[in-house]
Write a protein that binds this ligand. Structure first.
Ligand code: GDP
Length: 296
């Protein structure tokens, strides 16, 4: 279910409930079940949905509702708060500071949009006056360096990589060192991905992270992976200290639920979303406006 539909389903469930003359437990349960179904169809993890349902029941006091309060508003507010809570892990991610060197490492499966997102992230900061640089530590996928080079050249961002070197750790370290010397304030390390979660990939991420000591590790996730999001995000988090999430491909047939799962699995906030293939199709992620839009 795409986000707009999810918002529509939730609004409909609330509308139906507020049409009822008496809001008793049965009516509330029906409304919550309807919302649960909508969230599950949007790929929100079952456990998260179940917890949310329990929390809302605890918050919403049926006696208050009976006393003529605006039922719809009370329940809608509870749902709004719960969805915000799901998307807000409670602590902000590390935020790089302009003119102070930060190393940011990107991780994610192949095809998640990692390389594209690295450039978008660099470009976003460059427009704000930063001095970003890109390091291609993906020696696994043939063509990875060319892709990064092409993107970087288009955006006029310095880059580092090698066609010959097969050790991603060596390239990552060399690139980071070089750009530190050049006083770049945002050194972005693009890493390799695989089609699936493999031991070798996670070991490689661990080594690159250990060698480059990133200030921030960003997990990049394709919004259309659905229910797989939780496990995938958790698997990355077990090998590197993921501190933030970027959800790509929120245009098109994006499902929103995966984002909630990734936040829950990594205990890290979503900081940006990708909304297209172009360099500037990239937005800062803000929990409250996102949830407001979701609820319509
Ligand atoms: P990587 O293998 O993870 O490095 O993924 P790439 O950066 O090569 O991206 C895979 C494909 O997804 C490419 O065709 C990108 O143009 C596309 N892509 C990346 N981000 C977005 C996005 O936000 N929206 C859309 N529609 N496509 C995207």
């Amino acid at each position: 279910m795409v986000l707009a539909q999810l918002g529509g389903s939730i609004s409909r469930a609330l509308q139906q409930m507020s049409n009822a003359t008496i809001i008793d437990e049965k009516v509330l349960n029906e409304c919550l079940n309807e919302i649960t179904r909508a969230l599950l169809q949007s790929d929100v993890q079952f456990k998260l949905v179940r917890d949310m349902q329990t929390n809302i029941k605890k918050i919403v006091n049926l006696d208050d509702l009976a006393a003529g309060h605006n039922k719809r508003k009370i329940i809608q507010q509870a749902i709004f708060n719960e969805l915000c809570k799901m998307l807000d892990p409670g602590k902000p991610s590390f935020t790089p500071k302009k003119a102070k060197t930060s190393v940011v490492m990107f991780v994610g499966l192949q095809g998640s949009g990692k390389t594209t997102t690295c450039t978008k992230y660099a470009y976003y900061h460059q427009k704000k006056g930063w001095k970003p640089a890109l390091v291609c530590a993906d020696t696994f996928r043939a063509g990875a360096f060319d892709q990064l080079k092409q993107n970087a050249t288009k955006a006029k961002i310095p880059f580092y990589g090698s066609y010959m070197e097969s050790d991603p750790v060596k390239i990552a370290v060399e690139g980071v060192e070089r750009f530190k010397k050049e006083n770049c304030d945002l050194i972005i390390v693009d890493t390799s991905g695989r089609h699936k979660q493999e031991v070798a990939l996670f070991e490689e991420m661990r080594q690159v992270s250990e060698a480059t000591k990133p200030d921030l590790v960003i997990f990049v996730m394709d919004s259309s992976i659905g229910q797989a999001a939780f496990d995938q995000a958790q698997a990355f988090r077990q090998s590197v200290a993921v501190g933030a999430v970027i959800v790509t491909k929120m245009d098109g047939h994006a499902k929103g639920g995966g984002a909630l799962s990734a936040v829950a699995a990594t205990k890290s906030p979503v900081i940006f979303i990708g909304t297209g293939e172009h360099m500037d199709e990239f937005e800062v992620f803000d929990v409250k406006p996102f949830v407001s839009r979701l609820l319509g």
